[in-house]
Design a protein around this ligand. Structure first.
Ligand code: PLP
Length: 381
């Protein structure tokens, strides 16, 4: 064994010993509520395809039409010669949908974060993040070189103290507050009205990641900021095109000046080949379905399913905290083996150690019978 192999073997053994080993599961079906997972038909409660759009005939048709008209690949980065009509049309549709002057899309939501935060803040600046912010937001904040401070999840007093501290100690700095609207592993909401008041009072900017809010919350699924009438006070609205929108990609919506600046400074945008035109056309079809109201029956069904599973649900993510890593994995395995339900066990480092859980995600495509089966199995467990 080479030194590297030896080290890899030791690392994997340590991951195993901590019950933290992860393995890829292969789907031999489309991403749908009834999926063929590792050769077994399972009812899928693990996907983020909240509206069931990933395999929707309208999105499939948009993808096929884009391939026919624009071919398979994009050929270059957007700035070189990779901006095809579907990219421009997607961005116009997103800006319309979110009610912003402009939008910029990236190959993933992860890339949107990595490109945007380091473009906006640097070593003389301050980023203040919610403790439960997604890994890509944390990585992006680190990459920026700014001074980082973390406030306990949704803790407004601590956020206020950090904003005051930044004002007193970093007089010339740009201060960026970063949070999510719907937290990806807990499904709870940020106290957005209070956060917006605070950042305005201290002259900070806000990046709000609506990865799990878009398509689920707000009028026509415009997200939590729109639901609360705060969208025009959030400077940087981030989202993914890969979850409720059923496609792939990431987006930043905001002022025309912000978008022009990111085109010039966001490295994950500048130095990366454009997404294939079919990805942009697929996402655009999803945005149009939402914007026009044509997806409202899907959103209504999603919320009916959620209320049937848990009347207290605030988003499409319903966690069942177990704590112990091995117990969470065992619970997930038992649901799979005994009742044919695919529910992911989420462990460190996605959540804190000792906070392992089943992360149930509900879709508009689940039937009442699927929900009843899950409910019964959870009650028994
Ligand atoms: C999934 C996710 C992202 C990343 O988006 P991708 O398009 O999957 O790269 C960003 N933020 C949050 C909160 C997420 O859950």
């Amino acid at each position: 064994m080479s030194d590297l192999d030896q080290w890899l073997a030791e690392q994997l053994a340590a991951i195993d010993a901590a019950n933290l080993r992860r393995r890829l599961r292969r789907l031999d079906s489309p991403q749908a509520v009834e999926s063929l997972v590792d050769g077994r038909p399972l009812v899928n409660f693990a996907s983020n395809d909240y509206l069931g759009l990933a395999n929707d005939p309208r999105l499939r048709a948009a993808a096929i039409a884009a391939v026919e008209r624009f071919g398979a690949g994009a050929g270059a980065s957007r700035l070189i010669c990779g901006t095809l009509a579907p990219h421009a049309e997607l961005e116009a549709a997103l800006a319309r949908f979110k009610g912003t002057e402009a939008a910029l899309t990236f190959s993933t939501g992860h890339a949107a974060a990595l490109g945007t935060i380091p473009a906006l803040v640097g070593e003389h600046d301050v980023v203040i993040l919610d403790k439960l912010s997604h890994a890509c937001l944390v990585d992006a904040a680190r990459l920026s070189g700014a001074t980082l401070r973390v406030f306990p999840h949704n803790h407004l007093e601590k956020l206020e103290r950090l904003l005051a501290w930044a004002r007193d100690n970093y007089a010339k700095a740009r201060v960026l507050v970063v949070t999510e609207s719907v937290f990806s592993m807990d499904g709870d909401l940020a106290p957005l009205r209070e956060i917006v008041e605070l950042k305005d009072r201290f002259g900070a900017a806000l990046l709000l990641d609506e990865a799990h809010g878009v398509g689920v919350l707000g009028p026509h699924g415009r997200g939590l900021a729109a639901e609360l009438g705060l969208a025009d006070r959030v400077e940087i609205q981030m989202g993914t095109l890969g979850k409720a929108l059923g496609a792939s990609g990431g987006a930043i919506c905001g002022s025309a000046r912000l978008i022009d600046f990111l085109v010039n400074r966001a490295r994950s945008f500048i130095f990366s080949t454009a997404p294939i035109p079919a990805a942009a056309a697929t996402a655009r079809a999803a945005v149009d379905l939402l914007d026009s109201g044509a997806a409202e029956p899907l959103r209504a069904r999603l919320w009916e399913n959620l209320r049937a599973l848990d009347p207290a649900a605030t988003s499409a993510i319903v966690p069942r905290i177990i704590g112990d890593e091995a117990a969470a994995v065992a619970a997930s395995e038992s649901l799979r083996e005994n009742v044919g339900l695919f529910v992911s066990a989420v462990r460190y480092p996605t959540v804190a150690r000792g906070q392992a859980r089943l992360r149930i995600s509900v879709s508009a495509a689940h039937s009442p019978e699927h929900i009843a089966r899950l409910k019964a199995a959870l009650a028994e467990a």
